[in-house]
Design a protein around this ligand. Structure first.
Ligand code: MTE
Length: 321
Protein backbone atom coordinates (compact mmCIF):
# COMPACT_ATOMS: atom_id res chain seq x y z
CA UNK A 1 0.00 0.00 0.00
CA UNK A 2 1.32 3.43 -0.93
CA UNK A 3 -0.22 5.42 1.92
CA UNK A 4 2.35 6.95 4.23
CA UNK A 5 1.26 6.00 7.75
CA UNK A 6 2.75 8.67 9.97
CA UNK A 7 1.52 9.20 13.49
CA UNK A 8 0.62 12.86 13.34
CA UNK A 9 -3.04 12.61 12.58
CA UNK A 10 -4.91 15.03 14.74
CA UNK A 11 -6.08 17.53 12.17
CA UNK A 12 -8.43 19.82 14.02
CA UNK A 13 -12.03 19.87 12.86
CA UNK A 14 -11.96 23.54 12.04
CA UNK A 15 -9.45 22.76 9.29
CA UNK A 16 -12.18 20.92 7.44
CA UNK A 17 -13.58 24.00 5.78
CA UNK A 18 -10.64 26.34 5.54
CA UNK A 19 -12.03 29.73 4.77
CA UNK A 20 -10.27 31.23 1.81
CA UNK A 21 -8.43 27.97 1.08
CA UNK A 22 -10.08 27.95 -2.29
CA UNK A 23 -11.66 30.52 -4.54
CA UNK A 24 -15.35 30.22 -5.06
CA UNK A 25 -16.94 31.25 -8.30
CA UNK A 26 -17.72 34.80 -7.21
CA UNK A 27 -14.21 35.29 -5.87
CA UNK A 28 -12.71 33.88 -9.04
CA UNK A 29 -14.73 36.26 -11.16
CA UNK A 30 -13.63 39.14 -8.98
CA UNK A 31 -10.00 38.00 -9.07
CA UNK A 32 -10.13 37.54 -12.84
CA UNK A 33 -11.65 40.95 -13.35
CA UNK A 34 -14.86 39.58 -14.84
CA UNK A 35 -18.03 41.51 -14.07
CA UNK A 36 -16.87 45.04 -14.63
CA UNK A 37 -13.62 44.58 -16.52
CA UNK A 38 -12.97 41.99 -19.20
CA UNK A 39 -10.06 39.56 -19.14
CA UNK A 40 -7.06 41.11 -20.85
CA UNK A 41 -4.27 39.21 -22.60
CA UNK A 42 -1.70 38.54 -19.97
CA UNK A 43 -4.32 38.69 -17.22
CA UNK A 44 -3.35 36.32 -14.46
CA UNK A 45 -6.06 33.80 -15.27
CA UNK A 46 -6.90 32.37 -18.67
CA UNK A 47 -10.51 31.97 -19.77
CA UNK A 48 -9.99 28.19 -20.04
CA UNK A 49 -9.09 28.10 -16.34
CA UNK A 50 -12.29 29.99 -15.67
CA UNK A 51 -14.27 27.51 -17.78
CA UNK A 52 -13.27 24.75 -15.34
CA UNK A 53 -14.72 26.49 -12.31
CA UNK A 54 -17.39 24.27 -10.81
CA UNK A 55 -20.79 25.94 -11.38
CA UNK A 56 -21.80 25.10 -7.80
CA UNK A 57 -18.61 26.37 -6.14
CA UNK A 58 -20.41 29.34 -4.59
CA UNK A 59 -22.40 26.92 -2.37
CA UNK A 60 -19.33 25.90 -0.36
CA UNK A 61 -18.34 25.71 2.39
CA UNK A 62 -21.83 24.72 3.55
CA UNK A 63 -22.78 25.48 7.14
CA UNK A 64 -21.76 22.66 9.46
CA UNK A 65 -24.53 20.75 11.24
CA UNK A 66 -23.09 20.50 14.76
CA UNK A 67 -25.32 17.50 15.58
CA UNK A 68 -22.81 15.24 13.81
CA UNK A 69 -19.70 14.93 15.95
CA UNK A 70 -16.67 12.66 15.81
CA UNK A 71 -14.55 11.03 18.50
CA UNK A 72 -11.37 11.37 16.44
CA UNK A 73 -9.55 13.81 14.15
CA UNK A 74 -10.38 14.24 10.49
CA UNK A 75 -8.47 12.37 7.81
CA UNK A 76 -6.37 14.96 5.97
CA UNK A 77 -7.79 15.83 2.57
CA UNK A 78 -4.62 14.94 0.65
CA UNK A 79 -4.65 11.44 2.17
CA UNK A 80 -8.31 10.91 1.26
CA UNK A 81 -7.81 12.25 -2.28
CA UNK A 82 -5.20 9.57 -2.99
CA UNK A 83 -6.78 6.49 -1.45
CA UNK A 84 -10.07 5.57 -3.09
CA UNK A 85 -12.19 2.72 -4.34
CA UNK A 86 -13.73 3.61 -7.69
CA UNK A 87 -13.59 0.48 -9.85
CA UNK A 88 -14.77 2.39 -12.92
CA UNK A 89 -11.25 3.87 -12.95
CA UNK A 90 -9.22 0.88 -11.74
CA UNK A 91 -9.31 -1.89 -9.15
CA UNK A 92 -6.67 -0.40 -6.86
CA UNK A 93 -6.54 2.59 -4.50
CA UNK A 94 -4.52 5.06 -6.61
CA UNK A 95 -7.17 5.89 -9.20
CA UNK A 96 -7.04 9.65 -8.64
CA UNK A 97 -5.28 10.46 -11.94
CA UNK A 98 -7.47 8.21 -14.05
CA UNK A 99 -10.61 9.53 -12.33
CA UNK A 100 -9.89 13.04 -13.67
CA UNK A 101 -11.33 11.72 -16.98
CA UNK A 102 -14.78 11.71 -15.38
CA UNK A 103 -16.90 14.32 -17.19
CA UNK A 104 -19.20 15.82 -14.58
CA UNK A 105 -21.03 18.37 -16.78
CA UNK A 106 -23.61 18.23 -18.11
CA UNK A 107 -24.90 15.80 -15.44
CA UNK A 108 -28.47 14.66 -15.17
CA UNK A 109 -30.15 12.49 -12.57
CA UNK A 110 -33.17 10.42 -13.55
CA UNK A 111 -35.74 9.69 -10.87
CA UNK A 112 -38.18 6.96 -11.88
CA UNK A 113 -40.09 3.83 -10.88
CA UNK A 114 -42.89 4.03 -8.34
CA UNK A 115 -43.12 7.81 -8.02
CA UNK A 116 -45.92 10.32 -8.58
CA UNK A 117 -44.10 11.87 -11.52
CA UNK A 118 -40.84 10.48 -12.98
CA UNK A 119 -38.35 13.24 -13.77
CA UNK A 120 -34.88 13.96 -15.07
CA UNK A 121 -33.20 16.84 -13.34
CA UNK A 122 -29.88 18.56 -14.00
CA UNK A 123 -27.50 18.16 -11.07
CA UNK A 124 -26.91 21.94 -10.84
CA UNK A 125 -30.67 22.53 -10.49
CA UNK A 126 -31.10 19.68 -8.01
CA UNK A 127 -28.35 20.85 -5.67
CA UNK A 128 -29.81 24.37 -5.52
CA UNK A 129 -33.22 22.99 -4.50
CA UNK A 130 -31.74 21.16 -1.51
CA UNK A 131 -30.79 22.37 2.00
CA UNK A 132 -27.00 21.96 1.94
CA UNK A 133 -25.05 21.37 5.12
CA UNK A 134 -21.73 19.93 6.23
CA UNK A 135 -21.55 16.78 8.36
CA UNK A 136 -18.52 15.07 9.90
CA UNK A 137 -18.92 11.35 9.23
CA UNK A 138 -16.99 8.16 9.79
CA UNK A 139 -16.35 6.08 6.68
CA UNK A 140 -15.61 2.36 7.13
CA UNK A 141 -14.67 0.00 4.30
CA UNK A 142 -15.28 -3.76 4.54
CA UNK A 143 -11.54 -4.08 3.79
CA UNK A 144 -11.17 -2.92 7.44
CA UNK A 145 -9.73 0.57 6.89
CA UNK A 146 -11.49 3.73 7.98
CA UNK A 147 -11.46 7.50 7.58
CA UNK A 148 -13.33 10.51 8.93
CA UNK A 149 -14.59 13.03 6.39
CA UNK A 150 -16.29 16.44 6.32
CA UNK A 151 -18.95 15.75 3.68
CA UNK A 152 -21.26 18.45 2.33
CA UNK A 153 -24.64 17.61 0.87
CA UNK A 154 -28.25 17.08 1.87
CA UNK A 155 -30.30 14.45 3.66
CA UNK A 156 -31.48 11.74 1.25
CA UNK A 157 -34.95 12.08 2.77
CA UNK A 158 -35.18 15.54 1.10
CA UNK A 159 -34.72 13.91 -2.29
CA UNK A 160 -37.28 11.22 -1.39
CA UNK A 161 -39.69 14.07 -0.61
CA UNK A 162 -38.99 15.65 -4.01
CA UNK A 163 -39.52 12.30 -5.78
CA UNK A 164 -42.83 11.72 -3.99
CA UNK A 165 -42.83 7.88 -4.07
CA UNK A 166 -46.00 5.78 -4.10
CA UNK A 167 -46.76 3.81 -0.94
CA UNK A 168 -45.97 0.58 -2.85
CA UNK A 169 -42.30 1.64 -3.22
CA UNK A 170 -40.22 -0.29 -0.70
CA UNK A 171 -36.64 0.19 -1.90
CA UNK A 172 -34.49 2.93 -3.45
CA UNK A 173 -32.10 1.69 -6.11
CA UNK A 174 -29.24 3.88 -7.37
CA UNK A 175 -27.00 3.55 -10.40
CA UNK A 176 -23.67 5.01 -11.49
CA UNK A 177 -23.01 6.13 -15.09
CA UNK A 178 -21.95 3.53 -17.65
CA UNK A 179 -19.40 4.82 -20.18
CA UNK A 180 -16.48 2.46 -20.86
CA UNK A 181 -14.86 5.02 -23.21
CA UNK A 182 -14.50 7.47 -20.34
CA UNK A 183 -14.04 4.98 -17.51
CA UNK A 184 -11.57 2.30 -18.59
CA UNK A 185 -12.46 0.02 -15.65
CA UNK A 186 -15.85 -0.51 -17.26
CA UNK A 187 -14.12 -2.35 -20.12
CA UNK A 188 -13.59 -5.20 -17.66
CA UNK A 189 -16.59 -7.22 -18.75
CA UNK A 190 -16.60 -9.60 -15.78
CA UNK A 191 -17.96 -6.83 -13.54
CA UNK A 192 -21.76 -6.35 -13.66
CA UNK A 193 -21.77 -2.67 -14.72
CA UNK A 194 -23.32 -0.27 -14.06
CA UNK A 195 -22.44 -0.06 -10.34
CA UNK A 196 -25.75 -0.40 -8.49
CA UNK A 197 -26.68 -0.03 -4.86
CA UNK A 198 -29.92 -0.11 -2.96
CA UNK A 199 -31.45 0.65 0.42
CA UNK A 200 -34.88 0.29 1.98
CA UNK A 201 -37.23 3.28 2.05
CA UNK A 202 -36.92 3.29 5.83
CA UNK A 203 -33.13 3.56 5.54
CA UNK A 204 -33.39 6.21 2.82
CA UNK A 205 -35.53 8.39 5.09
CA UNK A 206 -33.32 7.90 8.14
CA UNK A 207 -31.69 11.23 8.97
CA UNK A 208 -28.16 9.77 8.64
CA UNK A 209 -28.54 8.81 4.96
CA UNK A 210 -26.75 11.64 3.17
CA UNK A 211 -26.42 12.64 -0.48
CA UNK A 212 -22.93 14.04 -0.86
CA UNK A 213 -22.12 16.91 -3.23
CA UNK A 214 -18.95 18.23 -1.61
CA UNK A 215 -16.10 17.43 0.77
CA UNK A 216 -13.56 19.45 2.71
CA UNK A 217 -15.54 22.62 2.04
CA UNK A 218 -15.51 22.31 -1.77
CA UNK A 219 -17.51 20.66 -4.55
CA UNK A 220 -16.83 16.93 -4.64
CA UNK A 221 -13.52 15.84 -6.18
CA UNK A 222 -13.90 13.42 -9.09
CA UNK A 223 -12.28 10.50 -7.26
CA UNK A 224 -14.84 10.86 -4.44
CA UNK A 225 -17.67 10.23 -6.94
CA UNK A 226 -18.55 13.68 -8.26
CA UNK A 227 -20.95 15.28 -8.63
CA UNK A 228 -23.32 13.22 -6.47
CA UNK A 229 -22.68 10.22 -4.21
CA UNK A 230 -24.19 8.60 -1.18
CA UNK A 231 -22.82 8.33 2.38
CA UNK A 232 -24.30 5.72 4.75
CA UNK A 233 -21.88 5.85 7.68
CA UNK A 234 -23.34 2.88 9.59
CA UNK A 235 -22.77 0.54 6.62
CA UNK A 236 -19.67 -0.72 4.87
CA UNK A 237 -18.39 1.76 2.30
CA UNK A 238 -19.41 -0.24 -0.78
CA UNK A 239 -23.03 0.79 -0.13
CA UNK A 240 -22.02 4.45 -0.64
CA UNK A 241 -22.40 4.54 -4.40
CA UNK A 242 -20.54 7.23 -6.41
CA UNK A 243 -21.41 9.41 -9.43
CA UNK A 244 -25.13 8.64 -9.38
CA UNK A 245 -27.20 9.11 -12.58
CA UNK A 246 -30.34 7.19 -11.74
CA UNK A 247 -32.54 6.74 -8.67
CA UNK A 248 -35.43 4.27 -8.94
CA UNK A 249 -38.17 3.56 -6.42
CA UNK A 250 -39.02 -0.14 -6.59
CA UNK A 251 -41.15 -2.73 -4.85
CA UNK A 252 -38.75 -5.70 -4.72
CA UNK A 253 -35.28 -5.81 -3.17
CA UNK A 254 -32.84 -5.55 -6.11
CA UNK A 255 -29.32 -7.00 -6.21
CA UNK A 256 -26.37 -4.67 -5.93
CA UNK A 257 -23.16 -4.67 -8.00
CA UNK A 258 -21.20 -6.61 -5.37
CA UNK A 259 -24.01 -8.99 -4.49
CA UNK A 260 -24.39 -9.89 -8.18
CA UNK A 261 -20.64 -10.46 -8.42
CA UNK A 262 -20.28 -12.51 -5.26
CA UNK A 263 -23.42 -13.06 -3.21
CA UNK A 264 -21.63 -15.19 -0.60
CA UNK A 265 -19.35 -12.26 0.34
CA UNK A 266 -21.62 -9.23 -0.02
CA UNK A 267 -25.17 -9.04 1.32
CA UNK A 268 -27.88 -6.40 1.06
CA UNK A 269 -27.75 -4.83 4.55
CA UNK A 270 -23.96 -4.62 5.00
CA UNK A 271 -24.24 -3.02 8.45
CA UNK A 272 -20.92 -2.69 10.29
CA UNK A 273 -20.47 -5.28 13.04
CA UNK A 274 -17.20 -6.44 14.66
CA UNK A 275 -18.70 -9.92 15.32
CA UNK A 276 -19.32 -10.99 11.75
CA UNK A 277 -16.24 -11.29 9.58
CA UNK A 278 -16.09 -10.95 5.83
CA UNK A 279 -14.53 -14.17 4.43
CA UNK A 280 -11.35 -12.22 3.59
CA UNK A 281 -11.21 -9.49 6.25
CA UNK A 282 -11.72 -9.74 10.01
CA UNK A 283 -14.06 -6.95 11.14
CA UNK A 284 -12.97 -7.00 14.81
CA UNK A 285 -10.71 -3.97 14.34
CA UNK A 286 -10.11 -1.28 11.74
CA UNK A 287 -7.01 0.52 10.51
CA UNK A 288 -7.57 4.26 10.86
CA UNK A 289 -5.81 5.66 7.80
CA UNK A 290 -2.91 8.01 8.37
CA UNK A 291 -2.75 7.34 12.12
CA UNK A 292 -0.79 4.11 12.33
CA UNK A 293 -3.53 2.99 14.72
CA UNK A 294 -5.80 -0.05 14.72
CA UNK A 295 -8.90 0.41 16.86
CA UNK A 296 -11.85 -1.83 17.80
CA UNK A 297 -14.75 -1.74 15.32
CA UNK A 298 -18.01 -0.39 16.72
CA UNK A 299 -21.36 -1.96 15.96
CA UNK A 300 -23.15 0.09 13.28
CA UNK A 301 -19.83 1.97 13.09
CA UNK A 302 -20.85 3.87 16.22
CA UNK A 303 -24.26 5.01 14.89
CA UNK A 304 -26.43 2.38 16.67
CA UNK A 305 -28.57 4.97 18.50
CA UNK A 306 -29.76 6.39 15.19
CA UNK A 307 -30.18 3.18 13.17
CA UNK A 308 -30.42 -0.04 15.25
CA UNK A 309 -34.21 0.13 15.60
CA UNK A 310 -34.58 -0.30 11.81
CA UNK A 311 -33.23 -3.84 12.08
CA UNK A 312 -35.07 -5.11 15.19
CA UNK A 313 -37.02 -7.70 13.19
CA UNK A 314 -33.85 -9.21 11.68
CA UNK A 315 -32.01 -11.75 13.79
CA UNK A 316 -28.27 -12.47 14.19
CA UNK A 317 -25.99 -12.19 11.19
CA UNK A 318 -28.95 -11.54 8.87
CA UNK A 319 -29.24 -7.98 10.24
CA UNK A 320 -25.66 -7.24 9.23
CA UNK A 321 -24.85 -9.32 6.14
N1 MTE B 1 -19.20 3.58 -6.29
C1 MTE B 1 -18.88 3.29 -7.56
N2 MTE B 1 -19.63 3.76 -8.55
N3 MTE B 1 -17.80 2.52 -7.88
C2 MTE B 1 -17.00 1.97 -6.89
O1 MTE B 1 -16.05 1.25 -7.21
N4 MTE B 1 -16.63 1.71 -4.50
C3 MTE B 1 -17.30 1.61 -3.21
C4 MTE B 1 -18.01 2.92 -2.84
N5 MTE B 1 -18.75 3.43 -3.99
C5 MTE B 1 -17.33 2.24 -5.53
C6 MTE B 1 -18.44 3.10 -5.27
C7 MTE B 1 -16.41 1.23 -2.13
S1 MTE B 1 -15.90 -0.39 -2.13
C8 MTE B 1 -16.02 2.10 -1.17
S2 MTE B 1 -15.15 1.58 0.19
C9 MTE B 1 -16.30 3.54 -1.27
O2 MTE B 1 -17.02 3.88 -2.46
C10 MTE B 1 -15.00 4.29 -1.29
O3 MTE B 1 -15.21 5.67 -1.23
P1 MTE B 1 -13.94 6.64 -1.17
O4 MTE B 1 -13.08 6.35 -2.34
O5 MTE B 1 -14.49 8.03 -1.19
O6 MTE B 1 -13.23 6.32 0.13
Amino acid sequence: MLIKENKIWDMSENLATPEGAFLNRRELMKAAGIGGLSLGIGGFMSSSAFAEVDPTADLYPAKRNEAFVLDRGLTPEDVNLKYNNFYEFGSHKQIYNNAQKLQTRPWEVMIDGMVEKPMTIGFDDLVRKMPLEERLYRHRCVEAWSMTIPWSGFALKELVKLANPLSSAKFVKMETFHDPKMASGQKQAWYPWAYTECLSIEEATNDLAFMVTGAYGKPLAKQFGAPLRLALPWKYGFKSIKSIVKISFVEKMPKSFWETLNGSEYGFWANVNPKYDHPRWSQATERVLHTGKRVPTLIYNGYGDQVASMYSSLKGRTAFF
